[in-house]
Design a protein around this ligand. Structure first.
Ligand SMILES: Nc1ncnc2c1ncn2[C@@H]1O[C@H](COP(=O)(O)OP(=O)(O)OP(=O)(O)O)[C@@H](O)[C@H]1O
Ligand SMILES: [Mg+2]
Length: 264
């Protein structure tokens, strides 16, 4: 389990997280949603040990402040919101960085094949010797996911869940690759791992997430399953505009659309 209690975080004089409580279970896909600037990335960066915070964050029952970054790299893989690289690495070199960060697969043969296997998973076979910097934004995002999957190939390790922390993993992807990546994340959870993903696409989130945490202005304003969190009231208040929901007969999740304001 990932458990954040009363997490507060300031950068300079600005308080960005104002006492955040979040729980995410292994075996589940947890989505963090909320408007631009509400603190989603900052929360993820606290959870990944990148930013100092007050309060408590526990991962698999251990207080994060007691776990070295090297040990954290064995427990979780992190996909940042964007990952510009300054040096001309090839795609396969970037993906192999995941092998260095964690222990990846226990099996040595699998481990050797993993970079190509994860590239195939994200639909980038044949890209291994291309330069990362010369790829499109969506292709770069999928290379980074392949790197993270290399690091966290096993969804559990020593009977403990492994975690994927993904900051907007599908923001640059077309609809087919969005579905593919969401499915990869959901499969990871189905194998016993934990997934926390920051998301902007509320409909995609409704289709894949088990648990939704909604933030606004550095605080959690709603959390629970999709049906609990996705109310017109919650959404409209969090995003500051009218948001309507409808449930088509054939759909299992509500469909969200911005309210249409008709001038009289
Ligand atoms: N290094 C920094 N210095 C100053 N302010 C920062 C810094 N990093 C983030 N902030 C501020 O903290 C707030 C939260 O930023 P954060 O990146 O967590 O937002 P977010 O919810 O991830 O937004 P988005 O959906 O746009 O990615 C914003 O107001 C941002 O301007
Ligand atoms: Mg962000």
């Amino acid at each position: 389990m990932l458990k954040a209690d009363n997490v507060k975080l300031s950068i300079g004089r600005k308080q960005i997280l104002k006492g955040v409580d979040v729980q995410a279970r292994a075996g589940k896909f947890t989505a963090i949603v909320g408007p631009n600037g509400c603190g989603k990335t900052t929360l993820l960066r606290a959870i990944t040990g990148d930013l100092p915070y007050s309060g408590r964050i526990g991962l698999n029952g251990r207080d994060l402040s007691d776990v070295s970054l090297a040990d954290q790299a064995l427990m979780r893989g992190v996909l940042a919101q964007s990952t510009p690289l300054s040096f001309p690495f090839t795609v396969i070199e970037v993906v192999r960085m995941g092998l260095m960060a964690g222990t990846a697969a226990a099996d040595a043969v699998l481990r050797q094949n993993l970079p190509l296997q994860t590239l195939r998973q994200v639909d980038l076979m044949g890209y291994e010797n291309r330069f990362y910097q010369e790829l499109s934004g969506g292709e770069q995002q999928r290379v980074q996911l392949a790197r993270v999957l290399c690091q966290m190939w096993d969804a559990t390790r020593d009977d403990q869940p492994c975690w994927l922390f993904l900051d907007e993993p599908v923001s640059s992807l077309d609809i087919a690759h969005q579905n593919e990546v969401m499915q990869i994340a959901r499969d990871f959870a189905a194998r016993g791992g934990g997934v926390i993903a920051v998301m902007h696409d509320l409909n995609l989130t409704a289709a894949f997430a088990d648990h939704v945490v909604m933030m606004r202005d550095g605080q959690v304003v709603a959390s629970g399953d999709v049906q609990q969190v996705y109310t017109s009231e919650n959404l409209s208040s969090a995003y500051g505009c009218r948001i309507d929901l409808s449930v088509p007969v054939s759909a299992t999740a509500p469909v969200i659309h911005p309210g249409v304001v008709v001038n009289a």
